[in-house]
Design a protein around this ligand. Structure first.
Ligand code: ADP
Length: 593
């Protein structure tokens, strides 16, 4: 029971361990799948963001580079220089305006205009338009200030007159060894690039170095800041009218990730974006490409869901397998239990049948012995009658001493008869097999007493040779007596056929067993009978003489006492029956000592 409880506990323990292990492996698989898919999706998205960024910055660069030379070229134009040096015979203002208008058309720029060194515009390509620059002063513009210092002025701004976003290139015009004559400015349209990229359906931002958005895929992002801007800077920008009167507020619902290096997404107006950034140093711009972060999370989530389903299916399969196995185990157990109980029932029935058979065999043996027993009892009875008759005559004749002697004889004879009947009573009692330490000598003596009447009717002589050290055996005393009576009775029957019949009964120790041997000098056992000797109802004796149960019962009883019964023919002649029985532990100790 304890062993079984331990086994069950062990099995339960291993089941829990297995479940824990499985959950751990499943969790590992799901986490690994999630991270590896999200890593590769992230890498892919980064790659495509980089590509977009390269294309966007290249197209911006190209748009600017295309026109950066134009003011330098125009500044060299003698036509313009002559005009500025007030050589009216050379060219009129109208002619210059038309000239600039034509160049503007050919170059595909927004505007081209000419300013005096004080910033006043004196000629412009848009001379004919309502919002013409002519007469306006742009001295406040940084590009003008740069150009007047002799450098190429580059500037991005929203046109104060046109309200259009543009990039300005300006250059100083001066004749050799003379003070500045003027500044020529070319305004380039970059909104075209914006509308092209808008059609590409990707989100992007282009900011100036202060973080103010001036190109974007969404109109609502324009002229918003993505970096903190101090009030002082805001004021300074307002002064140069770069972004006119736009309030330059922070971009709404925008958040940088806490650690940019960790490739975390940014948050912008309800969505996460992967952000790729590149600087355009010449223009002083920052270009950002924003790709939907769901391109990373969606495949990772799908892969994780698939991995979870796979793990669930596997666990379901394992559970079904385990349940099936448990069911089979239970079924096997039930079958085994049913079988065991059936075997137990059959064994009980067999034991009962065997007990009945043993008893029957005993009664049969008694029946066979009854003639001899009758003789054994009738003899003393006759003697008793004779002694009693004599005693009454001696009493009449007045010989009381002889009467006493006869009565003593009678008493002795009754004692002998009582011994025989007592023994028969003991022999006929039923036993259901109570194996204990028994005195071997008691069994030998009892058996001898039972067969003695039979022996006395023959000329067979019984010899015995006992190992007197052997005192205790493990046996059922009644069963052992019965085996000995059977063996001795058979031996007497066999030896009686000889003129000088002999039976030998001996005991000896063999290891931790005792061997009891019954040998006779009868005809021995015929070879063809040898295999059937211990079969029930095998007999070679005449009808009424034998039932053929003695040896088969004895064989069974010996087995039940953990012993063995065997038969062989003696080399000289006759049969030898050997009964091996375990020695009692007490006897073994005595022997060993
Ligand atoms: P039964 O004595 O009623 O025949 P047993 O089972 O005791 O039944 O014996 C079975 C048979 O074994 C006997 O009929 C006999 O042929 C043979 N047998 C038993 N003991 C001896 C013996 N000592 N010598 C020769 N044959 C024997």
């Amino acid at each position: 029971m304890i062993g079984f409880a331990f086994f069950t506990k062990k099995r339960q323990l291993s089941k829990t361990t297995l479940l824990g292990l499985f959950l751990l492996v499943a969790a590992l698989v799901i986490v690994t799948v999630y991270f590896s898919v999200s890593y590769s999706a992230h890498t892919r998205l980064q790659e495509s963001a980089k590509n977009y960024l390269t294309r966007l910055t290249s197209s911006l660069d190209a748009a600017l580079a295309r026109h950066s030379y134009l003011p330098i070229l125009l500044a060299q134009e003698p036509f313009i220089q002559d005009f500025l040096q007030k050589k009216p015979e050379a060219i009129s203002t109208e002619q210059l305006n038309l000239y600039l208008e034509r160049i503007n058309q050919i170059a595909g720029t927004l505007d081209i205009y000419l300013m005096l060194p004080n910033g006043d515009t004196i000629a412009a390509s848009n001379w004919s338009k309502e919002q013409s620059f002519i007469g306006r002063n742009f001295a406040f513009r940084p590009y003008f200030q740069k150009a007047i210092q002799g450098e190429l002025g580059r500037y991005y701004a929203v046109g104060t007159t046109s309200n259009e976003r543009g990039y300005y290139f300006s250059y100083l015009i001066n004749a050799q060894d003379q003070p500045a004559l003027g500044v020529i400015t070319v305004k380039v349209n970059i909104a075209e690039i914006e509308s092209f990229w808008k059609s590409q359906r990707i989100d992007f931002l282009v900011t100036d170095s202060e973080g103010i958005v001036f190109l974007a895929s969404q109109d609502s992002w324009l002229f918003k800041t993505i970096k903190p801007l101090t009030e002082l800077r805001r004021q300074a920008i307002r002064e140069v009218k770069r972004y006119l009167d736009y309030p330059l507020e922070p971009l709404a619902d925008f958040q940088w990730p806490p650690y940019l290096e960790a490739d975390q997404p940014i948050w912008l107006q309800g969505k996460h974006y992967l952000l790729a950034e590149r600087s355009m140093e010449e223009a002083g711009w920052e270009v950002y490409v924003l790709l939907d972060w769901q391109e990373v999370t969606r495949p990772a989530a799908v892969a994780m869901i698939l991995a979870t389903i796979l793990c669930l299916l596997t666990s379901l399969l394992l559970l079904l397998l385990w349940k099936n196995q448990a069911q089979r185990r239970r079924y096997k157990q039930a079958v085994l239990e049913a079988l065991e109980s059936k075997v137990e029932e059959r064994t009980r029935e067999l034991r009962l049948a065997q007990e009945e058979l043993v008893q029957a065999a005993k009664m049969a043996a008694l029946g066979q012995l009854s003639a001899a027993i009758n003789h054994e009892l009738n003899n003393p009875l006759g003697a008793i009658r004779a002694y009693a008759d004599n005693a009454s005559q001696f009493l009449e004749r007045g010989h009381p001493e002889l009467v006493k002697a006869n009565l003593q004889e009678i008493s002795g004879l009754t004692e002998r008869m009582a011994t025989i009947t007592r023994q028969l009573k003991i022999f006929s009692r039923k036993s259901s097999g109570c194996i204990s330490d028994c005195r071997l000598q008691v069994a030998l003596d009892s058996a001898f007493l039972i067969v003695r009447p039979k022996l006395s009717q023959t000329t067979v002589s019984l010899h015995h040779h006992y190992d007197t050290h052997l005192q205790w055996v493990r046996a059922d005393l009644v069963w052992l007596e019965q085996i000995l009576v059977n063996l001795l009775s058979n031996a007497i029957d066999a030896a009686a056929e000889q003129a000088k019949g002999q039976v030998w009964l001996s005991t000896e120790r063999v290891g931790n067993k005792v061997r009891i041997q019954v040998r006779d000098n009868g005809p021995g056992i015929q070879a063809q009978n040898m295999p059937h000797l211990f079969e029930p109802f095998f007999t070679t004796k005449a009808l009424g003489k034998g039932l053929g149960l003695g040896l088969s019962i004895s064989y069974r009883l010996a087995k039940d006492m953990q012993g063995e019964l065997s038969a062989e023919n003696a080399p000289e002649a006759g049969a030898i029956f050997s009964l091996l029985l375990p020695l009692a532990e007490t006897s073994m100790e005595t022997e060993d000592d």
